[in-house]
Design a protein around this ligand. Structure first.
Ligand SMILES: [Ca+2]
Length: 528
């Protein structure tokens, strides 16, 4: 049975919004910088309560008595020069600027100026419990990004929505952030923002859009500057969420508006777990107009079921072209990927690699929906896109799907094939499917590989996929690592190489022995 599309054709997920977004932000506490608390010895505090220090420089011994005055004068003059000038001398040693007094919201809408930051500097958030953090108008450089990092005893927590605005930030690395019981969007990124890293975040019990990259005023005009580009998340853990996406740009409108186009986004070694979503459906990652999204070596687990008929949860959803590989998905009442594949006819995002690819992934104990859903961007949207957007294809290769299950309790009609095909140009090759729809008797006549919800499609290429009733018949060593044994019928069973897939799920050589093994994992070749 066809999967119903959400309200209209909307790419991505949005038939619902977090309550925070509906409610607006009128009640926000606008209190800004906190001041006047104790200053650590050796640090100095400027007029707006910022502590400056440079802990990387060794402290010098006091100069001989006769020189002290002149050295003091010189030091004072240098300090004034540093504080007074936004153009600190090029090549000056990077500094660390400490902000925060242990409580309140941290607000630096004009951070470069207010904190006198230069490329290579570090902003250090002192220990404490903060309600929010805003940082705008700040640029490092490609060679020397600005780092914003937190004391291990710094935590963000709030029961009410916060501003948390990040306009015009570039070449900035955010590291070591902790959000606990955070009932607000964590970071709203707008303006001319690019080249950002979010690394080592631990985010628990949150609502709203955790990372929201969207600016209605930012409309793509063919230039890189009119897009958001080079965003990377690394080792970000989002654990426990009741509404809103973890990483989102969705505007619930036609893609032809070209608002907030995203280029070269990467989500690497991140963990998303315990998303409740029982009342409203949200993707974990929902990115529209996103070209060259790479999601790899991530784990998605326990993504909850939303009530039918609205409940179409998704781990990774949106429009554009995505490369999703070497991930683990389990116990998700959701598609692993739900995409409206399209390419961007500008800046090199429309070439032969402008294709959605899903490979080397392991998905098990999933519920309700197929792993990958390939949809169609409506022609009317393409026609209104000034020639920038056109459809592209999907390739689903070398994945392992184990014990998919129908959602018997919710009485949904959906089933657990590997691919749901609603449009043209889909290739499905070398996948391993074991114990499909585990709650129903195995039916050897059924097609567990794909489902044609909108009838036959041109450009459908399905070959060399293996389906087994049990893990024993598939010859797996276990259902933890999903490695084929030496006698597995999946071993060396792939009938061809795929140029862009050179490694398996565990980053081992993909083509050991006579040929690649079918499924996500290559068994070690005895001869090597
Ligand atoms: Ca092999």
């Amino acid at each position: 049975m066809p999967t119903p599309l959400l309200r209209g054709h909307v790419p991505g997920m949005g038939d619902s919004m977090p309550s925070e977004r509906r409610a607006g932000h009128a009640t926000l506490d606008e209190q800004g910088l906190s001041q006047n608390l104790g200053t650590p010895a050796g640090d100095r505090r400027d007029a707006i309560g910022i502590v400056r220090s440079d802990r990387r420089r060794p402290r010098r011994r006091a100069p001989p008595k006769g020189r002290r005055l002149s050295v003091r004068c010189l030091a004072a003059a240098m300090a004034l020069a540093l504080l007074g000038s936004p153009d600190r001398a090029a090549g000056a040693a990077p500094r660390q600027v400490t902000i925060g007094n242990g409580a309140g919201a941290l607000r630096y809408p004009d951070a470069q100026k207010a904190l006198n930051l230069q490329p290579g500097d570090t902003v250090y958030i002192a220990a404490g419990r903060y309600s929010g953090f805003s940082l705008g108008n700040l640029s490092g450089s490609a060679a020397a990004p600005v780092t914003v990092t937190c004391d291990p005893q710094a935590v963000f927590t709030t029961e009410t929505p916060q501003v948390n605005a990040f306009p015009n930030i570039a070449h900035v690395r955010f590291e070591n952030f902790r959000y606990e019981t955070y009932k607000s969007t964590c970071m709203r990124i707008t303006g001319a923002s690019h080249d950002l890293l979010f690394k080592n975040f631990h985010i628990t019990n949150v609502t709203g859009y955790t990372f929201h990259i969207y600016d209605a005023a930012k409309v793509f005009n063919g230039t890189r500057e009119s897009a958001f580009y080079n965003f990377r998340w690394e080792n970000v853990v989002v654990d426990g969420k009741t509404d809103g996406a973890a990483i989102s740009s969705s505007d619930y409108a036609s893609v032809s508006n070209l608002k907030s186009v995203l280029l070269d986004f990467e989500i690497y070694r991140c963990t998303f777990r315990n998303f409740d979503n029982t009342a409203q459906a949200f993707p974990v990652i929902g990115l529209d107009k996103c070209f060259n999204l790479r999601v790899h070596e991530c784990t998605f687990s326990d993504i909850g079921m939303a009530a039918s008929p609205i409940g179409h949860n998704v781990c990774i959803g949106g429009a554009g072209y995505f490369k999703v590989y070497n991930n683990k998905f389990t116990r998700q009442w959701a598609n692993d990927v739900r995409i409206w594949p399209m390419k961007l006819n500008a800046l090199g995002y429309g070439g032969k690699d402008a294709v959605s690819r899903f490979y080397n992934n392991i998905s098990w104990e999933k519920r309700k929906y197929p792993v990958y859903e390939h949809n169609v961007v409506p022609q009317a949207d393409l026609d209104k896109s000034s020639g920038y957007l056109s459809r592209t294809s999907s390739e689903i290769c070398f994945n392992t799907l184990y014990r998919s299950r129908k959602a018997a309790d919710s009485k949904d009609p959906y089933c657990g094939q590997l691919v749901d095909v609603y449009g043209a140009d889909v290739a499905i090759r070398h996948n391993l499917i074991i114990e499909p729809e585990a709650d129903a008797p195995f039916d050897p006549r059924r097609n567990y590989v794909y489902h044609l919800g909108a009838g036959p499609q041109p450009g459908l290429a399905v070959e060399n996929n293996l389906v087994f009733r049990t893990p024993a018949l598939a010859g797996l060593v276990d259902t933890v690592q999903f490695v084929p044994s030496r006698s597995s019928p999946a071993k060396d069973a792939a009938t061809r190489r795929i140029e862009y897939i050179t490694q398996d799920h565990y980053n081992h050589d993909r083509y050991q022995g006579a040929a690649a093994d079918v499924g996500a994992v290559e068994s070690p070749d005895a001869g090597k």
